[in-house]
Structures are given as structure tokens and as C-alpha cells.
Design a protein around this ligand. Structure first.
Ligand SMILES: NC(=O)c1ccc[n+]([C@@H]2O[C@H](COP(=O)([O-])OP(=O)(O)OC[C@H]3O[C@@H](n4cnc5c(N)ncnc54)[C@H](OP(=O)(O)O)[C@@H]3O)[C@@H](O)[C@H]2O)c1
Length: 229
């Protein structure tokens, strides 16, 4: 049975993806930010197991993972966790830049580095859930968009470096998706939240599965998925 490590499975897109993978009998290991969240998320996703690692502290991930049992094989690592804080460059303090860059970019880079030996053995797949903001930066989105532009660069470099080891790398660029994150974005934008206008988290999960399930002779490098007009 294929084994996957997923970040961000506590809600939204990551939770939808974890449910789909568990539903078809795959092995799912979740990365949660602390022991309490690990217990709660694993309980909400029967059949899954959890490890603890705070993406907001990339420099501590190596120590955290060295203290926990990792799966014996890993066919994919799917980076879904993310945070967003909007605001004009004139107002965003360094702490908010640092937090978004840590969780959305440096954490995924470090986690990938630590798991590459396992992925090389299985000639596995690394999926990064990016964002439309990883391709275009709009007013008010600087720190988040910078982290996601960086995540695209991470994916592109990784694909070029690890192709010879059989590792496939995919970036997914969703538009606005109906999740707790989008609800928070609407609060920050001061707008009423109408989830029906946006992509369902399950549709983004389907997009990720499309990339994962492609036969091994091909790789979907970049996939954009938008709400229907
Ligand atoms: N929603 C959208 O409109 C949209 C659009 C484009 C791209 N995206 C991207 O899609 C991904 C998933 O977003 P979502 O909308 O599903 O968001 P969400 O519902 O807010 O879920 C985010 C997940 O990230 C986890 N996380 C946050 N900080 C973490 C940390 N320090 N360490 C470990 N895990 C952490 C959260 O853990 P807890 O459960 O413990 O809080 C949660 O499980 C993100 O990368 C986001 O940038 C979302």
C-alpha cells in the first residue's frame, strides 16, 4: 500500500486529501505542529498516524524528526500546511514576514531535505500546494506571495536536482478554496464570506490525486485550479 506524509491535514485541503487517501486504503502519516494537534488530527482521521514538527521552527525539525519513528517507506510527501497574513508592505512587521516564510517556505524545504533519503529509495513524489499568489503578487499579499513564489522556486530546483533519482515534483496552484484559511482571508479583507463561490477543498484534493496517480513515465509539473466562473 502506498505511504504518504501530509502536512496541514488538520483542516481544509489537507484534511480532504487525507480522507481521500485513507478511503482508498493508502497509509497516511500526518505532520502536526504539536503533540495535542497530532492526537486530535489522528483521531479525526481514523487509520492515520501522526508525527510532530512545527513548520514555524524549521531549524528544530531535524531534532524533532530524529526523536520519532518515521515510516519505513514513503511514496510521497505532500506539503499542504500554510498560513496567510494580509497587509500592505507599509504595515507588515518583520515577525509576520518571518512566520509566513518559515511555515510556507523554509519549513517545507527543511522537511523535504530530511525526508529525501526515504523518497529516493521509493523514487517518490513531492507535491507542494502553492497558490495563485505563487505566480502573481497583488496589493496586500506581499509576504504570502513572496513565500509562495519561493515555494515555486524550491519545487523547480528540486525537480531539476532529483530527477536523476527518480523523484517527481509537482506544484499545485489553487485559486480561492472554501476552507478555514479562506474564511480568515475574508475577515482580513473585511468582506462577507460566501464559501459557495469558491473551489471545494475536495476538488483541490482531486487535483492532487490526479498528479499523484499519473503513471510513472510522466510528471505533472504545474497544475492551476480555479473556481469556475
Ligand atoms: N484556501 C485557499 O483559498 C487557498 C488558496 C490557494 C492556496 N492555498 C494553500 O493551500 C494550503 C492549505 O490551505 P487551507 O486553505 O486548507 O488552510 P487551513 O484550513 O487553514 O489549513 C492549514 C493547515 O496548516 C497547518 N499549519 C499551520 N501552521 C503550521 C505549523 N506551524 N506547523 C504545522 N502545520 C501548520 C494547520 O494546522 P492546524 O490544524 O494545527 O492549525 C492546518 O492543518 C496552504 O498552503 C495554502 O496556502 C489555499
Amino acid at each position: 500500500m502506498p505511504a504518504h506524509l501530509i502536512t496541514g491535514a488538520g483542516s481544509g485541503i489537507g484534511a480532504a486529501l487525507a480522507r481521500r487517501l485513507l478511503g482508498r486504503g493508502d497509509q497516511v502519516v500526518l505532520l502536526a505542529r504539536d503533540a495535542g494537534r497530532a492526537r486530535a488530527i489522528a483521531e479525526s482521521l481514523p487509520g492515520s498516524s501522526a508525527i510532530v514538527g512545527d513548520l514555524a521552527q524549521p531549524g528544530r525539525l531535524s531534532w524533532a524528526l530524529s526523536k520519532q519513528a518515521l515510516p519505513e517507506r514513503l511514496d510521497s510527501v505532500i506539503h499542504v500546511a500554510g498560513v496567510v497574513d494580509l497587509g500592505p508592505v507599509a504595515d507588515i512587521p518583520a515577525t509576520l514576514w518571518e512566520h509566513q516564510l518559515a511555515v510556507n517556505l523554509v519549513g517545507p524545504a527543511e522537511l523535504t531535505r530530511l525526508l529525501l533519503p526515504l523518497l529516493r529509495v521509493s523514487r517518490g513524489h513531492v507535491v507542494f500546494v502553492n497558490s495563485g499568489a505563487g505566480l502573481h503578487a497583488h496589493a496586500g499579499w506581499s509576504a504570502y506571495a513572496a513565500s509562495k513564489h519561493g515555494l515555486k522556486a524550491l519545487a523547480d530546483s528540486l525537480r531539476a536536482e532529483e530527477g536523476e533519482n527518480g523523484i517527481r515534483v509537482t506544484s499545485i496552484y489553487p485559486g480561492r478554496t472554501a476552507t478555514p484559511m479562506q474564511e480568515r482571508v475574508h475577515q482580513q479583507e473585511g468582506r462577507a464570506y460566501e464559501p459557495d463561490r469558491f473551489i471545494a477543498a475536495d476538488s483541490v484534493a482531486t487535483t492532487i490525486l490526479t498528479a499523484l496517480d499519473l503513471p510513472e513515465d510522466a510528471v505533472l509539473t504545474d497544475l492551476t485550479v480555479r473556481p469556475k466562473p
